[in-house]
Design a protein around this ligand. Structure first.
Ligand SMILES: *[C@@H]1O[C@H](CO)[C@@H](O)[C@H](O)[C@H]1NC(C)=O
Ligand SMILES: *[C@@H]1O[C@H](CO)[C@@H](O)[C@H](O)[C@H]1NC(C)=O
Ligand SMILES: *[C@@H]1O[C@H](CO)[C@@H](O)[C@H](O)[C@H]1NC(C)=O
Ligand SMILES: *[C@@H]1O[C@H](CO)[C@@H](O)[C@H](O)[C@H]1NC(C)=O
Ligand SMILES: *[C@@H]1O[C@H](CO)[C@@H](O)[C@H](O)[C@H]1NC(C)=O
Length: 190
């Protein structure tokens, strides 16, 4: 063969269209009616915190989680380690933003609010997010500003939340990422 030179040009184009988690948002549902004295907890869409909690939780599930009223002696939702459970530890439930919205949801029913340490007991460090909701905010809701306050004294602080208020809210950030990776390898042999 006359080939004294082997030219090898390998161009690999990998185009990945990454649909971020949360792009296919679930709807939301709650059967909780907050006491009217907690109307200030509503977002600008008139959604009470239990409805917002349903949005923020359902984002990690494949279905809409209906948030029911806290019943005395009942077990409120909080992250656990049972992967077959609707409330297994995940990025949604282990965010302080979600915790705060649940705190508001419980407070507005005049129910006991769980401490952060109890709430997050089963949250691995890698799943825990302070003042961040790590997924795309579901379309159809708006997260009050006060939900982003970090937890101090291990507890959702209703007073601090009311002082901080609703505005500015955070809303849907749905978008698609296009990552294009190019591997360009040239090889000469004589
Ligand atoms: C708050 O939301 C609830 C329903 O989620 C609604 O009944 C109530 O009127 C709202 N209040 C305000 C002030 O938006
Ligand atoms: C949701 O559905 C997808 C595809 O069916 C599956 O891969 C994923 O594990 C499901 N997630 C949950 C939390 O059930
Ligand atoms: C809230 O709960 C406390 C004690 O748990 C009770 O004394 C108070 O009446 C309740 N308030 C309302 C508006 O239900
Ligand atoms: C977001 O929700 C609004 C109102 O429900 C709807 O009109 C709009 O099409 C939705 N956008 C996406 C990207 O789903
Ligand atoms: C709750 O927040 C208020 C207002 O920021 C603050 O004065 C109070 O000390 C806080 N309470 C706790 C238990 O952290």
């Amino acid at each position: 063969m006359s080939f004294t030179k082997i030219w090898s040009l390998i161009v690999v184009l990998v185009a990945t269209a990454v649909a971020p988690r949360g792009a296919f948002a679930q709807a939301s549902s709650t059967t909780v009616t907050c006491l009217s004295s907690f109307d200030w907890m509503n977002n600008s869409l008139g959604q009470n915190p239990c409805l917002v909690a349903s949005y923020l939780t359902s984002e990690c599930l494949n279905y809409t989680l209906t948030i029911a009223p806290v019943t005395p002696g009942g077990t409120p939702i909080s992250p656990n380690l049972d992967p077959t459970s609707y409330d297994n530890a995940n990025d949604c439930l282990c965010s302080t933003v979600t915790y705060s919205v649940y705190g508001a949801c419980h407070a507005c029913q005049n129910a006991t609010v769980e401490s952060w340490s109890v709430w997050s007991f089963n949250c691995f460090t890698s799943l825990t997010h302070h003042s961040v909701y790590p997924l795309n905010i579901p379309n159809g809701t708006a997260i009050p500003h006060c939900a982003y306050l970090d937890v101090t004294d291990d507890m959702f602080n209703t007073t601090a939340a009311q002082l901080d208020g609703d505005s500015p809210e955070s809303t849907s950030t749905q978008f698609f990422n296009y990552a294009i990776t190019q591997f360009d390898s040239k090889k000469f042999e004589r």
